[in-house]
Design a protein around this ligand. Structure first.
Ligand code: FPP
Length: 282
Protein backbone atom coordinates (compact mmCIF):
# COMPACT_ATOMS: atom_id res chain seq x y z
CA UNK A 1 0.00 0.00 0.00
CA UNK A 2 3.05 2.35 0.36
CA UNK A 3 2.93 3.10 -3.36
CA UNK A 4 -0.63 4.36 -2.97
CA UNK A 5 0.35 6.71 -0.14
CA UNK A 6 3.28 7.98 -2.24
CA UNK A 7 0.88 8.72 -5.12
CA UNK A 8 -1.79 10.65 -3.19
CA UNK A 9 -1.60 13.98 -1.38
CA UNK A 10 -0.95 13.54 2.35
CA UNK A 11 -4.09 14.45 4.30
CA UNK A 12 -6.33 14.14 1.19
CA UNK A 13 -9.61 12.20 1.36
CA UNK A 14 -7.97 9.31 -0.50
CA UNK A 15 -5.07 9.20 1.98
CA UNK A 16 -7.44 9.29 4.96
CA UNK A 17 -9.64 6.52 3.55
CA UNK A 18 -6.63 4.37 2.62
CA UNK A 19 -5.29 4.74 6.17
CA UNK A 20 -8.46 2.97 7.42
CA UNK A 21 -7.82 -0.08 5.20
CA UNK A 22 -6.29 -3.17 6.82
CA UNK A 23 -3.43 -4.08 4.44
CA UNK A 24 -3.50 -7.67 5.69
CA UNK A 25 -7.10 -8.18 4.52
CA UNK A 26 -7.14 -6.66 1.05
CA UNK A 27 -9.39 -8.46 -1.44
CA UNK A 28 -7.09 -10.64 -3.54
CA UNK A 29 -9.25 -10.27 -6.64
CA UNK A 30 -11.61 -7.41 -7.49
CA UNK A 31 -14.00 -7.75 -10.45
CA UNK A 32 -15.92 -4.76 -11.83
CA UNK A 33 -19.08 -4.43 -13.94
CA UNK A 34 -18.51 -0.96 -15.41
CA UNK A 35 -22.05 0.21 -16.09
CA UNK A 36 -23.75 3.52 -16.87
CA UNK A 37 -21.64 5.08 -19.65
CA UNK A 38 -24.71 5.52 -21.86
CA UNK A 39 -26.81 7.13 -19.11
CA UNK A 40 -23.91 9.44 -18.18
CA UNK A 41 -23.88 10.72 -21.76
CA UNK A 42 -27.68 10.91 -22.07
CA UNK A 43 -27.91 13.06 -18.93
CA UNK A 44 -25.56 15.51 -20.63
CA UNK A 45 -27.41 15.30 -23.96
CA UNK A 46 -24.30 13.80 -25.52
CA UNK A 47 -24.05 10.77 -27.82
CA UNK A 48 -23.61 7.43 -25.97
CA UNK A 49 -20.04 7.09 -27.23
CA UNK A 50 -19.11 10.23 -25.23
CA UNK A 51 -19.97 8.17 -22.15
CA UNK A 52 -17.60 5.41 -23.24
CA UNK A 53 -14.85 7.98 -23.84
CA UNK A 54 -15.43 9.40 -20.36
CA UNK A 55 -15.27 5.82 -19.04
CA UNK A 56 -11.59 5.54 -19.89
CA UNK A 57 -10.45 7.84 -17.05
CA UNK A 58 -11.88 5.65 -14.27
CA UNK A 59 -10.43 2.57 -16.02
CA UNK A 60 -6.97 4.15 -15.82
CA UNK A 61 -7.46 5.41 -12.24
CA UNK A 62 -8.80 2.08 -10.98
CA UNK A 63 -5.98 0.04 -12.54
CA UNK A 64 -3.36 2.42 -11.16
CA UNK A 65 -4.94 2.48 -7.68
CA UNK A 66 -5.23 -1.33 -7.54
CA UNK A 67 -1.58 -1.69 -8.60
CA UNK A 68 -0.48 0.83 -5.97
CA UNK A 69 -2.61 -0.71 -3.22
CA UNK A 70 -1.10 -4.14 -3.90
CA UNK A 71 -4.29 -5.85 -5.11
CA UNK A 72 -3.34 -9.12 -6.84
CA UNK A 73 -6.03 -9.40 -9.53
CA UNK A 74 -8.42 -6.97 -11.21
CA UNK A 75 -10.99 -8.07 -13.81
CA UNK A 76 -12.97 -5.53 -15.84
CA UNK A 77 -16.10 -6.33 -17.85
CA UNK A 78 -15.63 -4.23 -20.98
CA UNK A 79 -17.72 -5.97 -23.67
CA UNK A 80 -20.31 -8.72 -23.30
CA UNK A 81 -21.46 -11.28 -25.86
CA UNK A 82 -24.78 -9.41 -25.79
CA UNK A 83 -23.16 -6.02 -26.61
CA UNK A 84 -23.08 -6.88 -30.35
CA UNK A 85 -26.80 -5.98 -30.37
CA UNK A 86 -25.83 -2.29 -30.01
CA UNK A 87 -25.63 0.00 -33.06
CA UNK A 88 -22.63 -0.83 -35.23
CA UNK A 89 -21.11 2.64 -34.79
CA UNK A 90 -21.15 2.26 -31.00
CA UNK A 91 -19.52 -1.17 -31.18
CA UNK A 92 -16.85 0.14 -33.54
CA UNK A 93 -16.15 3.08 -31.23
CA UNK A 94 -15.65 0.67 -28.34
CA UNK A 95 -12.98 -1.27 -30.30
CA UNK A 96 -11.32 1.98 -31.35
CA UNK A 97 -11.29 3.17 -27.74
CA UNK A 98 -9.76 -0.09 -26.57
CA UNK A 99 -7.01 0.07 -29.22
CA UNK A 100 -6.34 3.71 -28.43
CA UNK A 101 -6.27 2.94 -24.71
CA UNK A 102 -3.79 0.08 -25.15
CA UNK A 103 -1.47 2.21 -27.25
CA UNK A 104 -1.57 5.18 -24.89
CA UNK A 105 -1.56 3.31 -21.59
CA UNK A 106 0.98 0.57 -22.28
CA UNK A 107 3.92 2.59 -20.86
CA UNK A 108 1.85 3.32 -17.71
CA UNK A 109 0.90 -0.35 -17.35
CA UNK A 110 4.58 -1.29 -17.60
CA UNK A 111 5.61 1.45 -15.14
CA UNK A 112 3.07 0.12 -12.63
CA UNK A 113 4.19 -3.51 -13.16
CA UNK A 114 0.77 -4.53 -14.52
CA UNK A 115 0.41 -7.81 -16.43
CA UNK A 116 -2.39 -7.67 -18.98
CA UNK A 117 -4.59 -10.53 -20.23
CA UNK A 118 -8.02 -11.03 -21.76
CA UNK A 119 -10.86 -13.52 -21.38
CA UNK A 120 -13.81 -14.16 -23.68
CA UNK A 121 -14.43 -15.32 -27.24
CA UNK A 122 -11.45 -13.31 -28.47
CA UNK A 123 -10.97 -15.25 -31.73
CA UNK A 124 -13.97 -13.55 -33.37
CA UNK A 125 -12.90 -9.96 -32.56
CA UNK A 126 -11.64 -7.75 -35.41
CA UNK A 127 -8.14 -8.88 -36.41
CA UNK A 128 -6.46 -5.57 -35.65
CA UNK A 129 -7.94 -5.64 -32.13
CA UNK A 130 -6.62 -9.18 -31.61
CA UNK A 131 -3.17 -8.07 -32.80
CA UNK A 132 -3.06 -5.17 -30.33
CA UNK A 133 -4.29 -7.37 -27.49
CA UNK A 134 -1.61 -9.96 -28.28
CA UNK A 135 1.19 -7.43 -28.29
CA UNK A 136 0.00 -5.85 -25.00
CA UNK A 137 -0.06 -9.33 -23.43
CA UNK A 138 3.42 -10.16 -24.74
CA UNK A 139 4.88 -6.80 -23.70
CA UNK A 140 3.56 -7.07 -20.14
CA UNK A 141 3.98 -10.84 -19.73
CA UNK A 142 6.91 -10.62 -17.30
CA UNK A 143 5.49 -7.82 -15.15
CA UNK A 144 5.36 -8.92 -11.53
CA UNK A 145 2.48 -6.76 -10.23
CA UNK A 146 -1.29 -6.51 -10.66
CA UNK A 147 -2.82 -9.12 -12.98
CA UNK A 148 -5.28 -7.13 -15.08
CA UNK A 149 -7.88 -9.16 -16.99
CA UNK A 150 -10.24 -7.48 -19.43
CA UNK A 151 -13.37 -9.46 -20.33
CA UNK A 152 -14.13 -8.94 -24.03
CA UNK A 153 -16.91 -10.63 -25.96
CA UNK A 154 -17.46 -12.37 -22.65
CA UNK A 155 -20.55 -14.09 -21.26
CA UNK A 156 -20.74 -16.25 -18.14
CA UNK A 157 -23.05 -18.76 -19.80
CA UNK A 158 -20.92 -18.91 -22.98
CA UNK A 159 -17.88 -19.53 -20.77
CA UNK A 160 -19.61 -22.45 -19.05
CA UNK A 161 -20.76 -23.89 -22.39
CA UNK A 162 -17.27 -23.43 -23.90
CA UNK A 163 -15.79 -25.16 -20.87
CA UNK A 164 -18.16 -28.13 -21.10
CA UNK A 165 -17.37 -28.46 -24.80
CA UNK A 166 -13.61 -28.22 -24.15
CA UNK A 167 -13.89 -30.99 -21.56
CA UNK A 168 -15.98 -33.16 -23.93
CA UNK A 169 -13.48 -32.60 -26.75
CA UNK A 170 -10.58 -33.56 -24.45
CA UNK A 171 -12.49 -36.67 -23.41
CA UNK A 172 -13.16 -37.55 -27.04
CA UNK A 173 -9.46 -37.21 -27.93
CA UNK A 174 -8.54 -39.35 -24.92
CA UNK A 175 -10.86 -42.15 -26.05
CA UNK A 176 -13.86 -40.95 -23.98
CA UNK A 177 -12.86 -42.25 -20.56
CA UNK A 178 -15.81 -40.23 -19.16
CA UNK A 179 -14.35 -39.64 -15.72
CA UNK A 180 -16.65 -37.63 -13.43
CA UNK A 181 -15.76 -33.92 -13.49
CA UNK A 182 -14.92 -32.32 -10.13
CA UNK A 183 -15.46 -28.64 -9.26
CA UNK A 184 -11.67 -28.19 -9.22
CA UNK A 185 -11.25 -29.78 -12.67
CA UNK A 186 -14.11 -27.67 -14.04
CA UNK A 187 -12.59 -24.45 -12.62
CA UNK A 188 -9.25 -25.40 -14.14
CA UNK A 189 -10.89 -25.57 -17.59
CA UNK A 190 -12.66 -22.18 -17.45
CA UNK A 191 -11.28 -19.08 -19.25
CA UNK A 192 -10.13 -18.03 -15.76
CA UNK A 193 -8.08 -21.20 -15.13
CA UNK A 194 -5.35 -20.43 -12.62
CA UNK A 195 -7.02 -17.24 -11.39
CA UNK A 196 -8.47 -16.95 -7.89
CA UNK A 197 -12.23 -16.32 -7.70
CA UNK A 198 -13.17 -12.66 -7.13
CA UNK A 199 -13.44 -11.69 -3.47
CA UNK A 200 -15.19 -8.44 -4.27
CA UNK A 201 -17.55 -7.69 -7.17
CA UNK A 202 -18.19 -3.99 -7.77
CA UNK A 203 -21.02 -2.72 -9.97
CA UNK A 204 -21.72 0.88 -10.87
CA UNK A 205 -25.01 2.60 -11.84
CA UNK A 206 -27.12 1.05 -9.09
CA UNK A 207 -28.40 -2.02 -10.93
CA UNK A 208 -28.76 -5.11 -8.72
CA UNK A 209 -27.77 -7.62 -11.39
CA UNK A 210 -24.75 -9.78 -12.17
CA UNK A 211 -25.43 -9.51 -15.93
CA UNK A 212 -23.89 -12.81 -17.00
CA UNK A 213 -20.46 -11.89 -15.56
CA UNK A 214 -18.22 -14.63 -14.11
CA UNK A 215 -21.26 -16.68 -13.09
CA UNK A 216 -19.27 -19.65 -11.77
CA UNK A 217 -16.52 -17.60 -10.15
CA UNK A 218 -18.67 -15.15 -8.12
CA UNK A 219 -20.42 -17.90 -6.12
CA UNK A 220 -19.06 -16.46 -2.85
CA UNK A 221 -17.97 -12.96 -3.91
CA UNK A 222 -19.02 -10.00 -1.80
CA UNK A 223 -21.09 -7.65 -3.97
CA UNK A 224 -20.80 -3.86 -3.66
CA UNK A 225 -23.08 -1.65 -5.75
CA UNK A 226 -22.82 2.13 -6.12
CA UNK A 227 -25.40 4.48 -7.65
CA UNK A 228 -22.55 6.34 -9.38
CA UNK A 229 -22.30 5.89 -13.14
CA UNK A 230 -19.00 4.42 -14.35
CA UNK A 231 -17.54 7.68 -15.77
CA UNK A 232 -17.99 9.21 -12.27
CA UNK A 233 -16.28 6.32 -10.43
CA UNK A 234 -13.21 7.58 -8.56
CA UNK A 235 -10.43 6.22 -6.36
CA UNK A 236 -12.43 7.19 -3.28
CA UNK A 237 -15.26 4.88 -4.45
CA UNK A 238 -12.81 2.00 -4.83
CA UNK A 239 -11.51 2.67 -1.31
CA UNK A 240 -15.09 2.77 0.08
CA UNK A 241 -15.80 -0.58 -1.60
CA UNK A 242 -12.67 -2.14 -0.06
CA UNK A 243 -13.49 -0.71 3.39
CA UNK A 244 -17.02 -2.05 3.17
CA UNK A 245 -15.68 -5.44 2.06
CA UNK A 246 -13.44 -5.53 5.13
CA UNK A 247 -16.48 -5.09 7.38
CA UNK A 248 -18.26 -8.14 5.95
CA UNK A 249 -18.11 -11.56 7.48
CA UNK A 250 -17.46 -14.17 4.81
CA UNK A 251 -18.96 -17.52 5.71
CA UNK A 252 -18.79 -19.62 2.52
CA UNK A 253 -21.86 -21.55 3.65
CA UNK A 254 -20.48 -22.11 7.16
CA UNK A 255 -21.31 -20.24 10.33
CA UNK A 256 -18.45 -17.73 10.52
CA UNK A 257 -16.83 -16.72 13.80
CA UNK A 258 -16.47 -19.52 16.41
CA UNK A 259 -18.75 -17.79 18.98
CA UNK A 260 -21.63 -17.76 16.47
CA UNK A 261 -21.13 -21.41 15.67
CA UNK A 262 -21.89 -23.34 18.82
CA UNK A 263 -20.38 -26.83 19.12
CA UNK A 264 -18.22 -28.02 16.20
CA UNK A 265 -19.96 -30.53 13.88
CA UNK A 266 -18.31 -33.94 13.89
CA UNK A 267 -15.46 -34.12 11.36
CA UNK A 268 -16.88 -37.15 9.58
CA UNK A 269 -20.21 -35.34 9.04
CA UNK A 270 -18.45 -32.32 7.52
CA UNK A 271 -16.44 -34.61 5.26
CA UNK A 272 -19.71 -36.18 4.11
CA UNK A 273 -21.04 -32.72 3.16
CA UNK A 274 -23.37 -32.58 6.16
CA UNK A 275 -22.27 -29.00 6.99
CA UNK A 276 -25.48 -27.92 5.29
CA UNK A 277 -27.68 -29.22 8.09
CA UNK A 278 -26.14 -26.61 10.41
CA UNK A 279 -27.61 -23.69 8.49
CA UNK A 280 -28.45 -22.48 5.00
CA UNK A 281 -25.70 -21.43 2.62
CA UNK A 282 -24.55 -17.93 3.50
C1 FPP B 1 -21.41 0.00 -19.87
O1 FPP B 1 -22.14 1.17 -20.04
C2 FPP B 1 -20.09 0.08 -20.49
C3 FPP B 1 -19.63 -0.66 -21.52
C4 FPP B 1 -20.45 -1.69 -22.19
C5 FPP B 1 -18.29 -0.49 -22.09
C6 FPP B 1 -17.17 -0.27 -21.14
C7 FPP B 1 -16.07 0.41 -21.86
C8 FPP B 1 -15.29 1.38 -21.35
C9 FPP B 1 -15.35 1.85 -19.97
C10 FPP B 1 -14.31 2.07 -22.24
C11 FPP B 1 -12.99 1.50 -22.50
C12 FPP B 1 -12.63 0.23 -21.84
C13 FPP B 1 -11.35 -0.17 -21.66
C14 FPP B 1 -11.08 -1.48 -20.98
C15 FPP B 1 -10.21 0.65 -22.06
P1 FPP B 1 -23.50 1.14 -20.86
O2 FPP B 1 -23.19 1.63 -22.24
O3 FPP B 1 -24.10 -0.21 -20.78
O4 FPP B 1 -24.34 2.21 -20.08
P2 FPP B 1 -25.93 2.28 -19.95
O5 FPP B 1 -26.34 1.06 -19.16
O6 FPP B 1 -26.13 3.55 -19.20
O7 FPP B 1 -26.47 2.30 -21.33
Amino acid sequence: MEKFFEAVKPGSREARLAAEIDPARLPGHIAIIMDGNGRWAQRRRLPRVAGHRAGVRPVRETIEACAQLGIGWLTLFAFSVENWKRPRAEVETLWQLLRHYLKRELPGLKRNGVRFQVIGRIEVLPEEVQRDLDSAMVETSTNPGLRLTVALNYGGRSEIVDTVNAILERERRNGASCQPVTEEAFSASLYTAGMPDPDLLIRTSGEMRVSNFLLWQIAYSEIWVTEKLWPDFRRTDLLHAILDYQKRERRYGGLGEPEARGPEPAEELVAAGAGRIFGPAG
